[in-house]
Design a protein around this ligand. Structure first.
Ligand code: COA
Length: 272
């Protein structure tokens, strides 16, 4: 199923789906309507047969300037029902729908990325940025805290020192710094970002989709588990994978390595 949206764009390219925030004139700031559209799109894309890898990005020069201060905050100030509805959709797509997306997700941070946009970046499995992108936890300058779940996101993703420093000073940082503090995997010049992101998407697209799904669920869910819980959970997960994997990935992989000698996964290191 597909739909017509005004604030976002869905573009399919041979197994890779680009999901873009599309309010470039407002630097893709997130209005209530944008949240409703993103929530809807991620719901059906999760089960869309054409989508094997999802790339989240922003149209124009920005990734996302955070919540729309006018439409999301000011205009819902006296409308608690609308505020609650927008809040629910906002938290749903930026976290639950992306984290639980059954296929690989990549955030491509092409430009400014502020406040609430951090949640969507942290929710994606992989994140790449332009060297020139600007990241900012600007909430402190607006008299608010990194809300929604942004404080939780940075506490989880960054070192305590970096989380405190950037949340408390509100100082912006670029894509290179974002890579250094591991908010993103790595950064490249803006001119190369799209091609680099697509390269990673194509690598993921070639993998067994069942194994990929179970891998992301395994890594995501063991965080916070004890050793014994993780051991038990992963054993059950591995068993379950053997049942759902219609491509017989394990048998195929072993046969390629042991019998055909056509594949050697441990050969050569990846260089971004
Ligand atoms: N909410 C509402 N409108 C926003 C916005 C936001 N978060 N971010 C940008 N806009 C609007 C601007 O008001 C401007 O609207 P106008 O053309 O009607 O005046 C338009 O988007 C373009 O923004 P502008 O500031 O001129 O673009 P820029 O490229 O010079 O700077 C940013 C881009 C993102 C660095 C800058 O807009 C900014 O700092 N935005 C606020 C980011 C923020 O703190 N977000 C967290 C909210 S909690």
């Amino acid at each position: 199923m597909s739909a017509t949206y005004e604030n976002i764009v869905v573009e399919k390219d041979d197994g890779v789906t680009w999901l873009s925030l599309n309010r470039p004139e407002k630097r893709n700031a997130m209005s209530p309507q944008l949240h409703y559209e993103m929530d809807d799109a991620l719901r059906w894309l999760a089960h869309d047969k054409d989508t094997r890898v999802l790339i989240l990005t922003g149209k124009g020069q920005a990734f996302c300037a955070g919540q729309d201060l006018k439409l999301y905050f000011r205009e819902t100030q006296n409308n608690p029902e609308e505020r609650a509805r927008a809040q629910q959709a906002s938290n749903s797509w930026r976290w639950h729908r992306i984290v639980n997306f059954p296929k690989p997700t990549i955030a491509m941070v092409n430009g400014p990325c502020f406040g609430g946009a951090f949640t969507a970046v942290c929710a994606c499995d992989i994140a790449l940025a332009a060297d020139e992108a600007t990241f900012g936890l600007s909430e402190v300058n607006w008299g608010v805290i990194p809300g929604g779940i942004v404080s939780w996101n940075i506490a989880e993703m960054l070192s305590h020192r970096d989380a405190m420093f950037y949340a408390m000073t509100g100082l912006p940082f670029d894509g290179r710094k974002a890579a250094e503090i591991k908010l993103v995997n790595y950064s490249v010049p803006l001119a190369d970002l799209r091609e680099e992101t697509l390269k990673i998407a194509r690598i993921l697209q070639e993998k067994n989709p069942f194994t990929l799904r179970y891998t992301k669920e395994a890594v995501r869910h063991v965080r916070g588990m004890s050793h014994d819980q993780a051991y038990n959970f992963l054993a059950a997960k591995l068993q379950a994978l053997q049942h759902v994997d219609k491509e017989g990935g394990m048998q195929k992989g072993m046969s390629q390595f042991l019998d055909d000698k056509s594949y050697k996964p441990g050969f050569g290191a990846f260089k971004p």
